[in-house]
Ligand binder design. Structure first.
Ligand SMILES: [Zn+2]
Ligand SMILES: [Zn+2]
Length: 217
């Protein structure tokens, strides 16, 4: 993948007027955050909420501090600033969840869960909160690693509230978890496929997708 593809989220977040982004991408923005559609949705509803560097620069956070969850957490000289970014993402995520739930009601006649969190090891640069409906029904969900990266019990997906709770834990604990070691998290993507609802083991992705679809219907 070229550098441009890896850093495209940062470019979006740095746009002075994000509403000029293509409508297939742009959802909404505030002074502090930009919300876009995930262009490879892994569920029926899948958005990304990004912090906008221009808002955080005067508050002592550079684009490098916003490069990833790890970078933000490891900015030890000003830990409280990092927490504020996460609280801003949570506020926007909560608002977005309300919009998603309304859409669920309208389109499907009922409401189901919405997960909010980060990948422990991100595949793209610039901090982004995943806001994703708890169905994992999508054409774009093709590989085991995609599925396991959102599986709530695998631990690769870090719920936002869990990350916020690290700030209230002992400093030594914070130091350890905030390292987000690749060697600890990446093997979780290779674990066996298990249905996140009923814990049934499935032998391959086609079987898993058929099973998820069946439970969905
Ligand atoms: Zn991601
Ligand atoms: Zn199941």
């Amino acid at each position: 993948m070229s550098n441009g593809a890896l850093t495209v989220l940062r470019q979006y977040a740095q746009k002075r007027n994000p509403s000029t982004l293509p409508p297939s991408l742009y959802f909404s923005h505030t002074d502090a955050t930009l919300t876009i559609f995930d262009t490879f949705p892994k569920a029926l509803f899948h958005f990304l909420v990004l912090p906008r560097p221009a808002h955080y620069q005067p508050r002592g956070l550079s684009v490098f501090d916003l490069a990833s969850l790890r970078a933000l957490l490891r900015k030890t000289e000003n830990r409280e600033r990092g927490r504020e970014v996460l609280l801003d993402l949570r506020a926007e995520g909560a608002r977005l969840r309300g919009v998603i739930e309304e859409e669920m009601r309208k389109r499907y006649g009922f409401v189901w869960g919405v997960w909010m969190g980060f990948h422990a090891v991100p595949s793209m640069e610039h901090l982004h909160l995943h806001v994703i409906s708890a169905d994992l029904c999508s054409e774009r969900l093709k590989h085991k690693k995609h599925y396991n990266s959102f599986h709530p019990a695998r631990g690769f997906f870090l719920p936002l509230d869990d990350v916020l709770a690290w700030y209230d834990a002992a400093p030594s604990y914070f130091d350890t978890v905030s390292q987000l070691k690749k060697s600890e998290y990446e093997p979780r993507l290779k674990e066996d496929l298990v249905c996140f609802r009923c814990e049934r083991a499935l032998k391959n992705m086609p079987a898993l997708k058929a099973h998820l679809q069946e439970e969905w219907d």
